[in-house]
Design a protein around this ligand. Structure first.
Ligand SMILES: NC(=O)CC(=O)C(=O)O
Length: 274
């Protein structure tokens, strides 16, 4: 495996989708964007939360649940990683849980050979109520255990998190030092316009690492509107690329020397006392 010490830059892409209520249509959209990412040199691609379904009802995703290691969504992810020879952080998909009416909202990671390299079940479940807008993920989703999850890639350690997790900085501290944090997400238009970029940049600055966030972004068939603004942020907190709305990519390089420069100039990670 070629690592960053041999070659300083590792190209990553956040894929933004506007997913519909149709699984096959969504997989086709994802397939085309993964191909575009690979053609533009991405060695790792991240899909957004719920890339395979933005259902009309909250429990539509429960009907789509798969057993670990089995099912069309997992097959699609594994084959896509292998076909394009890239690391694929598979957004989220519904995996069965011990509860009858609830699923895990899970990120699976595949290596360039198509083998599963990591699994993370969303820990923090979104709840929001204001005016007509109301969300309560805990009705259909069982929270994951409190263990943070990461995997090793050629760019170094990659920490996993999903959407609403972004509001809980203790999760990222618990991951330890990472080169990159990935955030598949589907932030609402309301909360995203207020908080999304600030939260992402804060996580990059306080953990002195790259943050790659892949979002849903646009008006969905189910009436929802998501904020989009998929982006790559560097360890100084600068936004390297951002896609405001619509399907597409935010793309850029992870550089070991940039990570080291920021950590050396401002050794905040070493100054922690708690
Ligand atoms: N949709 C989410 O899980 C989170 C969100 O929109 C927010 O935190 O705001």
């Amino acid at each position: 495996m070629e690592t960053l010490s041999e070659k300083d830059e590792f190209c990553v892409a956040a894929i933004q989708t506007v997913s519909s209520t149709d699984l096959h249509e969504n997989l086709e959209q994802a397939a085309s964007l993964i191909r575009q990412a690979a053609e533009q040199g991405a060695q790792m691609a991240v899909l957004p939360e719920y890339f395979c379904l933005m259902g009309r009802r909250d429990d539509d995703k429960v009907a789509l649940r798969e057993r670990p290691g089995k099912g069309p969504i997992q097959q699609f992810l594994s084959e896509s990683a292998r076909r394009h020879g890239l690391w694929l952080v598979g957004g989220t998909l519904p995996l069965e849980s011990p509860d009858s009416g609830r699923i895990y909202n899970t990120t699976l990671v595949y290596d360039p050979q198509g083998s599963q390299a990591a699994r993370y079940d969303k820990i923090h479940l979104f709840g929001f109520r204001r005016g007509e807008e109301a969300y309560d993920e805990s009705v259909t989703i069982r929270p994951g255990g409190s263990e943070p999850q990461a995997f090793e890639a050629p760019c170094g350690k990659v920490g996993l998190s999903i959407c609403y997790d972004l509001r809980f900085p203790e999760l990222y501290r618990a991951l330890g030092e990472t080169s990159l944090i990935v955030v598949p997400a589907a932030f609402t238009y309301t909360t995203g316009s207020a908080h999304w970029e600030i939260l992402l940049r804060a996580r990059a600055i306080e953990n002195q690492c790259y943050v790659l966030a892949a979002a849903q972004g646009g008006k969905h068939e189910n009436g929802r509107r998501t904020w989009g603004h998929s982006m790559l942020i560097d360890p100084w907190g600068d936004v390297l690329d951002c896609l405001p709305e619509g399907p597409g990519l935010a793309l850029g390089n992870i550089s070991r020397s940039r990570l080291e420069d920021v950590r050396q100039a401002l050794p905040a990670l070493r100054h922690r006392t708690l």
